[in-house]
Design a protein around this ligand. Structure first.
Ligand SMILES: C[S@@+](CC[C@H](N)C(=O)[O-])C[C@H]1O[C@@H](n2cnc3c(N)ncnc32)[C@H](O)[C@@H]1O
Length: 273
């Protein structure tokens, strides 16, 4: 799939999801199905009661992430935060609360329907120090050295040019700025054909990075103090239904995928000097 095609497929998928939510329907069809009371192992229960109570229910329902970067990013009052691929806005709204009125939280997303949903959630939350920008994470519409913290929640794996995204994150960060991102990461080798099916299940259309590749791309972009902390490990059984519907024998491939796809918190810093 070409870079442009990946963007169109991602836009279509999240545009439809946002429209369903705007119309008051179910969230369904994010990373995985949530019909009939089944919980999606990637997106379920990411926010504790304290965080959940700080945003409108609609923002929580629109969460398609795989972690809670705002809980791990150690945001301080007065800081400027940028969320790459802000979706329905949950992490922007939580960040805006954490940095307070002297700080600012930006959300960046390329999908108009998601931006509309996020702005509506901002209005319901009554939050003023947040702003949602239209654009691509590969070309961030903010000046150099303008942001203290870059966060993101399960979006970088969707980009067809992850190196460029990390370079852009580095560019907009101030010296000493932090990169604090939740993402799907692959640990070790997974055969290509099988990886494609599992990524479809996990919603990673363009492909999750293997953890050493992630570290190498962050290093190439200029980051230091890089750390990858696993927050959730996916077992082969989590993807059983989808793989079975694709005609894949789950018992045969289990040893090849079991525990290799994880949600992780990826931290790094832009050097001071
Ligand atoms: C998996 S959802 C995550 C949304 C949000 N971070 C959350 O935790 O709920 C992916 C979001 O990223 C946006 N997105 C994906 N690729 C993008 C890109 N290259 N540039 C800008 N936005 C992108 C999609 O429009 C969608 O809203």
């Amino acid at each position: 799939m070409s870079t442009q095609n990946i963007k169109e497929v991602v836009k279509e998928k999240y545009g439809q999801a946002a429209l369903r939510l705007i119309k008051g329907g179910s969230r369904c069809c994010g990373a995985g199905p949530e019909e009939e009371g089944r919980l999606d192992p990637v997106t379920a229960n990411l926010y504790d009661g304290g965080d959940a109570s700080q945003v409108p229910e609609e923002a929580l329902l629109a969460s398609f992430g795989c972690g809670n970067p705002t809980a791990l990013a150690e945001l301080k009052p007065g800081e400027t935060v940028l969320d790459l691929g802000s979706g329905g806005g949950i992490d922007v709204l939580l960040s805006a609360r954490r940095v307070g009125p002297s700080g600012k939280a930006y959300g960046l997303d390329m999908t108009d329907e998601m931006l509309a949903l996020a702005r509506e959630n901002q209005r319901k939350a009554g939050i003023e120090n947040a702003e949602f920008l239209q654009g691509e994470i590969e070309n961030i519409p903010l000046p150099d050295h303008s942001v203290d913290v870059v966060i993101s929640n399960c979006v970088i794996n969707l980009s067809a040019d992850k190196g460029r995204v990390l370079q852009e994150a580095f560019r907009v960060l101030k010296p000493g700025g932090r990169f604090a991102v939740s993402d799907i990461v692959v640990r070790g080798e997974v055969p290509k054909s099988i990886r494609k099916n599992v990524e479809l299940w996990a919603g990673c259309l363009a492909g999750a990075l293997e953890e050493n590749e992630y570290i190498s791309k962050l290093t190439q972009a200029g980051f230091e103090a890089i750390n990858i902390e696993v927050t959730r490990v996916y077992r082969a059984a989590d993807a059983r239904e989808l793989l079975a519907s694709k005609g894949t024998d789950i018992d045969e491939i289990a040893p090849l995928v079991d525990g290799k796809f994880v949600s992780a918190f990826v931290r790094a810093m832009k050097p001071l000097g």
